[in-house]
Design a protein around this ligand. Structure first.
Ligand code: PMP
Length: 407
């Protein structure tokens, strides 16, 4: 008998599973709008020229392949923190931000979730580790926290009537009612899967309201620069919370904005109240990371360091990142126009109001399924489409397919 004979198959990840169903579809006009990766106007994966240049500089520098420190490349971490918080940020200038290089966004989330899980034991509290996340949120969020032993609860996010806009009052009410001592997960910009963000005024209001609570705020920043095309603008929410004195946790990913998906480049950080606290927290981060994967990969971090640390290359990257964001915004407009041209009289303004890689169409599970069956247009069952999968050649076809199932 095999040692693994009793093991049942685990359910496939819904997005990865979608790729397989798409690959098996014989349609010649099929369109995949599931994948969370940027595609150029020809539907191909895209390597930013600034990243190619940085990579060739890295390789030409003949670097060695020694281990990184447990918390990664110190220069990379410093540049990452300046990128997110802004170089003038008070906690950075005062040397009280604990940080580590981590395995992209997911790896950072996992390490932070473990820190949250350990915190009560470390501080001698009897508090149960709990994290509140938006309903809906990125499909992996709950699993990452649950695997780390953190209880997951939800807060309202989407308006239950429109299903495509923010229920700000509901969100605020749920957060203010959250159990004291819990963690609140917030998407720093370009909320996934909805593309719906609070406005700058709403963020400010939320920051002020949450100052009166005993909640740990945790920003997941997976799209800085990629959302609006302006990395400074995309960091406004998290920076305003830091300015208001919140001791946030932050996870940064370089997957989308630098196109470094498979290189697994990211950083995590925690704003502390003193340099002593920062040292203690970093030692705890090391205690989590060392038995988990020992140290992070070095290649991608070297590329990011090259870009962020060189003014000319950084300016080039800024322009190229903006081009990606612009192309996505243009596809949003074309999709909306295409829906009108296809004869839809519905209000599709949310398609252009939403931001980032994804649009939440408002299509039901049944409509999504019907669109797959009738037009071979594939998106996730929640009606989320990856706008990056649209291009000039397929956008009218997709608009007609959406109209056909929603009229
Ligand atoms: N957080 C959010 C909100 C995301 O959308 C993603 C990517 N889909 C991630 C984290 C993690 O991505 P990665 O691990 O590739 O950086």
């Amino acid at each position: 008998l095999s040692a693994w004979a009793g093991v049942p198959a685990a359910p496939a990840d819904p997005i990865v599973g979608l790729n397989q169903t798409f690959a098996d579809d014989p349609s010649t006009t099929k369109v995949l709008l599931g994948v969370g990766a940027y595609r150029d106007d020809a539907g191909k994966p895209y390597v930013l020229p600034s990243i190619r240049e940085a990579e060739s500089r890295v390789v030409n520098g003949n670097p060695n392949h020694e281990y990184a420190a447990i918390t990664g490349d110190a220069e990379f971490v410093k540049l990452s923190l300046e990128f997110a918080y802004g170089p003038d940020s008070a906690p950075l200038q005062e040397g009280r931000v604990a940080a580590a290089q981590v395995l992209s966004g997911t790896g950072g989330l996992r390490v932070c979730a473990q820190l949250i899980e350990r915190l009560p034991r470390l501080t001698g509290s009897s508090q149960k580790p709990v994290c509140y996340m938006p309903e809906p949120t990125w499909g992996n969020h709950a699993k990452v926290f649950q695997d780390a032993g953190v209880e997951v609860r939800r807060y309202r996010y989407l308006d239950s009537n429109t299903k495509t806009t923010l229920d700000y009052e509901g969100m605020k009410e749920d957060l203010l009612g959250a159990e004291a001592g819990s963690t609140i997960l917030l998407h720093a910009c370009a909320h996934n899967p909805t593309g719906v963000d609070p406005s700058p005024d709403q963020w400010r209001d939320l920051s002020a309201a949450l100052k009166k609570t005993d909640l740990q705020l945790f920003f997941d920043c997976a799209y800085q620069g990629f959302a609006s095309g302006d990395a400074e603008a995309d960091a406004v929410a998290l920076r305003s919370f830091v300015e208001d004195g919140h001791q946030i946790l932050l996870c940064q990913s370089y997957a989308k904005n630098f196109g470094l998906y498979g290189e697994r480049v990211g950083a995590l950080s925690a704003v502390c109240s003193s340099t002593e606290e920062k040292a203690a927290l970093e030692s705890q981060l090391k205690a989590i990371i060392r038995p988990m994967y020992s140290s992070p990969p070095i290649h991608g971090a070297r590329i990011v360091k090259e870009v962020l640390g060189d003014a000319t290359l950084r300016a080039q990257w800024t322009g190229e990142c903006k081009e990606m964001a612009n192309r996505i915004q243009e596809m949003r407009s074309l999709l909306r126009e295409g829906l009108a041209e296809a004869g839809s009289t519905k209000d599709w303004s949310h398609i252009t109001d939403q931001i980032g890689m994804f649009a939440y169409t408002g299509l039901s599970k049944e409509q999504v399924q019907k669109m797959r069956d009738e037009s071979a247009v594939y998106c996730t069952l929640d009606g989320r489409i990856s706008v990056a999968g649209l291009n000039r050649d397929n956008v009218a076809y997709v608009a007609a397919a959406i109209h056909a199932v929603s009229k």
